[in-house]
Design a protein. Structure first.
Length: 99
Protein backbone atom coordinates (compact mmCIF):
# COMPACT_ATOMS: atom_id res chain seq x y z
CA UNK A 1 0.00 0.00 0.00
CA UNK A 2 1.37 3.43 -0.94
CA UNK A 3 1.69 5.72 2.08
CA UNK A 4 3.04 9.14 2.84
CA UNK A 5 4.97 9.64 6.04
CA UNK A 6 4.97 13.25 7.18
CA UNK A 7 7.27 14.22 10.03
CA UNK A 8 7.78 17.54 11.79
CA UNK A 9 11.14 17.42 13.58
CA UNK A 10 12.03 19.23 16.79
CA UNK A 11 14.35 22.20 16.13
CA UNK A 12 16.71 21.72 19.09
CA UNK A 13 17.03 17.99 18.48
CA UNK A 14 17.68 18.44 14.76
CA UNK A 15 20.20 21.23 15.40
CA UNK A 16 22.17 18.78 17.52
CA UNK A 17 21.66 16.04 14.92
CA UNK A 18 23.04 18.30 12.21
CA UNK A 19 26.14 19.09 14.30
CA UNK A 20 26.86 15.43 15.05
CA UNK A 21 25.79 13.98 11.70
CA UNK A 22 23.06 11.92 13.38
CA UNK A 23 20.28 13.54 11.35
CA UNK A 24 21.97 12.73 8.04
CA UNK A 25 22.59 9.15 9.16
CA UNK A 26 19.01 8.70 10.36
CA UNK A 27 17.56 9.99 7.09
CA UNK A 28 19.90 7.83 5.00
CA UNK A 29 18.94 4.78 7.06
CA UNK A 30 15.23 5.55 6.65
CA UNK A 31 15.63 6.03 2.88
CA UNK A 32 17.44 2.68 2.60
CA UNK A 33 14.66 0.93 4.53
CA UNK A 34 11.69 2.38 2.65
CA UNK A 35 13.19 2.96 -0.82
CA UNK A 36 10.86 5.91 -1.41
CA UNK A 37 8.99 6.73 -4.57
CA UNK A 38 9.52 10.38 -3.58
CA UNK A 39 11.02 12.24 -0.64
CA UNK A 40 10.89 15.96 0.07
CA UNK A 41 12.47 17.99 2.86
CA UNK A 42 11.68 21.55 3.89
CA UNK A 43 9.95 23.81 6.36
CA UNK A 44 6.31 23.45 7.30
CA UNK A 45 4.67 25.62 9.93
CA UNK A 46 8.13 26.86 10.90
CA UNK A 47 9.75 23.50 11.62
CA UNK A 48 11.97 21.14 9.66
CA UNK A 49 9.75 18.59 7.97
CA UNK A 50 9.84 15.71 5.54
CA UNK A 51 7.31 14.03 3.29
CA UNK A 52 8.22 10.53 2.16
CA UNK A 53 6.07 8.44 -0.19
CA UNK A 54 6.74 4.70 -0.25
CA UNK A 55 5.16 1.28 -0.42
CA UNK A 56 4.37 -0.07 3.04
CA UNK A 57 4.29 -3.85 2.97
CA UNK A 58 3.00 -4.34 6.51
CA UNK A 59 1.67 -1.84 9.05
CA UNK A 60 3.78 -3.60 11.68
CA UNK A 61 6.79 -1.90 10.05
CA UNK A 62 5.67 1.56 11.20
CA UNK A 63 7.13 1.45 14.75
CA UNK A 64 10.55 0.38 13.47
CA UNK A 65 10.54 2.93 10.64
CA UNK A 66 9.57 5.82 12.91
CA UNK A 67 11.43 4.94 16.10
CA UNK A 68 14.53 7.03 15.47
CA UNK A 69 12.51 10.04 14.34
CA UNK A 70 10.49 9.86 17.57
CA UNK A 71 13.30 9.02 19.99
CA UNK A 72 16.15 11.19 18.67
CA UNK A 73 14.36 14.06 16.94
CA UNK A 74 11.09 14.26 18.92
CA UNK A 75 9.12 14.15 15.68
CA UNK A 76 5.40 14.52 15.22
CA UNK A 77 4.53 11.90 12.62
CA UNK A 78 1.56 11.05 10.43
CA UNK A 79 1.34 8.08 8.09
CA UNK A 80 -1.48 8.28 5.56
CA UNK A 81 -2.51 6.15 2.63
CA UNK A 82 -2.17 8.04 -0.66
CA UNK A 83 -2.76 7.33 -4.34
CA UNK A 84 -1.69 8.65 -7.70
CA UNK A 85 -4.04 10.56 -10.00
CA UNK A 86 -4.44 7.45 -12.12
CA UNK A 87 -5.36 5.36 -9.08
CA UNK A 88 -7.86 8.01 -7.99
CA UNK A 89 -9.47 7.98 -11.42
CA UNK A 90 -9.83 4.19 -11.26
CA UNK A 91 -11.29 4.35 -7.77
CA UNK A 92 -13.78 7.03 -8.74
CA UNK A 93 -14.87 4.98 -11.75
CA UNK A 94 -15.61 2.09 -9.41
CA UNK A 95 -17.54 4.36 -7.04
CA UNK A 96 -19.49 5.84 -9.95
CA UNK A 97 -20.54 2.35 -11.01
CA UNK A 98 -22.11 1.86 -7.58
CA UNK A 99 -24.40 4.86 -7.90
Amino acid sequence: MRVMLRAHLDTAATNEGIKTGALTQAMQKLMERVRPEAAYFGLHEGVRSCWIVFDLQDSAQVPLLTWELFSRFHAEIEVSTVMTGEELSEALSEVRSLT
